[in-house]
Design a binder for this molecule. Sequence first.
Ligand code: AMP
Ligand code: MG
Length: 493
Amino acid sequence: MVASTATGADPDSVGWRFDNTYARLPDVLFIPTNPVAVREPQVTILNHSLADKLGLDLEAIPPEAAAALFAGQALPIGSQPIAQAYAGHQYGGFTMLGDGRAILLGEHRTPSGRLEDIQLKGSGRTRFSRGGDGRAALGPMLREYIISEAMAALGIPTTRSLAVVTTGEPVYRESIRRGAVLTRVAASHIRVGTFEYATRRDEATLRALADYAIARHDAELIDAPGKYLEFLRAVTDRQASLVARWQLVGFIHGVMNTDNVAISGETIDYGPCAFMNAYDPGTVFSSIDHGGRYAYGNQPNIVQWNLARFAETLLPLLDPAPEKAVAVATEVLENFPAVFERYWLAGMRKKLGLRTDEAGDVELIQALLDWMQKSRADFTNTFRDLSSEGLPAVDRYREPDFQAWHDQWQNRLGRDILPNGFSYDLMRSVNPAVIPRNHRVEEALSAAEKRDDLSVLHRLLEVLASPYEARQELAEYREPPHEENGYRTFCGT
Ligand code: AMP
Ligand code: MG
């Protein structure tokens, strides 16, 4: 299990500035764990633009050194690798979990002074691995890389992907796959599930975790009166904003268990996620989500459910009198639908080019969504088509009920403060032309995994890096799949 820090390559010349603040928390919250030694690490992809933002220079070391670094074979100086303990409600049931295949190397301080977690995923077994092998396959790690980077380019809070390296070792799934390690960068990996774990240990651990999370994510609350309640409010606000952002681009997370909900408000854990094509609130892609618990249209409800689990963990800190603690937490939770609705409506108004609020806007938006659902219109392309003067000449837009809606919308735009030209500019800045379409993602993964051809992946990543630009040559990336019945995504692979 011990990784050497002396492979000859100097991982520190890339500019790491490591701290290990999490490892100074009560030691029930983690277990020191080294990445497993692997046979033949090789770089698949490095994220140079993210590295730049982090103040890292990955060109400063040769590819073999980068491979050793991101496979966990040559740790940055100052790194104290740990596996984090956490629990979680999975599909509604409580379970003890923890990093079963991830290792936190520590926190890197960026040039602007922020701390970013640097975590290896797929780096071998830990004490939390249960029956798992602690490994990851290349395809799913590249999938996380693609989607997380696409989300970042869309402007949605998310963990990032700094590198994917192969290990030179097989992993055994339904078939034999190539082993890989993803380097994930996150504002932190503190989850609702981390609080569920801590509160079941003891109050001192809970308080230490809460104070740490506040210092890291809500520093303005450190000395605030009633700071734990304000913290609950801040986390609730971030989650409401986040899920509104997902809804507005048709993103389906797929496995919104409480262990996959980050306190930071970043999207985390890209397992069975996918973007919706034809608009349908019932859309589910995950192969194991039979009841539609995590369907597109149910995501806001599930966020509220997850926040209720979070609020429960904080009760001992909210008030010494349990009834009082429940009362103040309940008030925050009951406000969630209104907070979500505010974010969602503000986002939807922008998607329709509106700068003012009118009473009938919700109905106007709902009428469009109803029409999209009935005519199985593509969610992304419909909004993008509306974002320029003159609609494409397709039959769907000649239907009388669409025309009636369109007239109503044009009238509404006419009553807005912006001249229409500006409305369209606004719309094009929030309605993406390209999203990571499932068939495009699969195509890139299959070329990389089966043929060792990374060109399809690089081209896709380049397109997804500017999602609001509709370049003519990108038309093929805008097409929904011809037939998506049966498209399924898998988690834990
Ligand atoms: P996920 O579905 O990816 O959110 O993972 C749920 C839990 O299963 C987490 O505690 C993971 O660390 C753990 N896990 C997933 N895959 C593996 C694996 N191959 N080996 C060990 N633990 C795993
Ligand atoms: Mg997870």
